[in-house]
Design a binder for this molecule. Structure first.
Ligand SMILES: Nc1ncnc2c1ncn2[C@@H]1O[C@H](COP(=O)(O)OP(=O)(O)O)[C@@H](O)[C@H]1O
Ligand code: SF4
Ligand SMILES: [Mg+2]
Length: 320
């Protein structure tokens, strides 16, 4: 169980993640959505102890009761070898171009899990099968450039699963992939989490993918988690004005076609996300919010329980 308590990540006066409080239990499938720069990746990196060196990290993170706040690199490495793994958007850059992918997956099994070379190879083959790699024996011997984007992402998922993580963090895992492969990788991640009882933190711009893969959702804006709740409830009936904007601006819940070769991202809400240092000290969404109140920019709204779901907004307070 991963417990974040008021975890913040700042760069000087710019706060990339502000007092995030969140519990991730075994088997949870939590989607994280929000525009670019809202702190999604920083949340994922914080759970891995991989916030940039320049960042100041405050607040608490405990993993299965173990206090990770202020932990040294050796403790983080142990955690990463056993409990948490992360996959990123661009599978090519995460793979060593000069190693056969089978070796890339087998290496950590020998080094961290103490398997013999033969055992590690056999386990790599099992993992390739588990992630639905076509023709897995042959693929083990290939180099990354000989594979498609979807196959490379499957290699990285296999690599992430090698240490049997309790939590898999997938940061925009399908953004670089074609539409039909996107759905398959999304479904694969959800299925793996289900079958293994593994928690999944699924960070994505793609609301259709989040709807498919997750049971809960956290909406982020300007470093704040502004709304949380069951995925169907939040997508059907968003409480926070930012979530409403995000969903209202979505033209179609179905996977969207490419336009000019580029996949559309989350549609835009009027205005742009201000630079981190220029965000209001109160509600980060003030200045763009269509229902803003006089004190929104200066007073930070508390996260309120709306009956099993949570949102932080002054307009939801006191029957307003
Ligand atoms: N090394 C860094 N130095 C200063 N600011 C950073 C650094 N890394 C990220 N940030 C800032 O932190 C904020 C959150 O970034 P990020 O978590 O990557 O957002 P997201 O993943 O939601 O797009 C951004 O405004 C980004 O500019
Ligand atoms: S707190 Fe105010 S500015 Fe922020 S979302 Fe609510 S109404 Fe809008
Ligand atoms: Mg990101």
């Amino acid at each position: 169980m991963f417990e974040l308590d008021q975890l913040s990540v700042s760069f000087g006066t710019a706060t990339a993640l502000r007092e995030a409080t969140l519990t991730i239990r075994p088997g949870d499938r939590l989607g994280v959505v929000g525009e670019s720069g809202s702190g999604k990746t920083m949340l994922g990196l914080s759970l891995m102890g991989m916030a940039p060196d320049a960042a100041q990290v405050t607040g608490r993170l405990t993993v299965d009761g173990q206090e990770m706040t202020g932990a040294g690199e050796a403790d983080w490495q142990r955690l990463r070898a056993r409990k948490v793994a992360m996959i990123f958007q661009e599978p090519m850059s995460a793979l060593n171009p000069l190693r056969r992918v089978g070796d890339t997956v087998a290496d950590p099994l020998r080094i961290h899990m103490g398997l013999s070379a033969a055992e590690a190879d056999a386990r790599a083959l099992d993992l390739f099968r588990e992630v639905g790699m076509p023709d897995p024996e042959a693929r083990l011997r290939q180099f990354p450039h000989e594979m498609s984007g979807g196959q490379r992402q499957r290699v990285l998922i296999a690599l992430a699963l090698a240490c049997d993580p309790a939590l898999l963090i997938a940061d925009e895992p399908t953004t670089a992939l074609d539409a039909n492969i996107r759905l398959r990788i999304t479904d694969l991640l959800a299925r793996l989490a289900d079958q293994r009882g593994m928690a999944l933190l699924f960070i994505s711009h793609d609301l259709a993918a989040v709807a498919r893969a997750t049971t809960e959702i956290a909406v982020m804006y300007g470093g704040d988690i502004v709304e949380r709740g069951a995925t169907p409830a939040v997508l059907k009936d968003p409480a926070h004005p930012y979530t409403r904007g995000l969903l209202g601006a979505r033209p179609d819940p179905a996977p969207q076609p490419r336009r000019n070769g580029k996949r559309p991202r989350l549609p835009t809400i009027p205005g742009t996300v201000p630079a981190l240092g220029d965000l209001a000290p109160g509600c980060r969404f003030s200045g763009r919010c269509p229902v803003e109140l006089a004190h929104c920019a200066t007073v930070r709204p508390e996260m309120r329980d709306l009956g099993g779901r949570f949102a932080a907004c002054h307009a939801l307070e006191g029957g307003a």
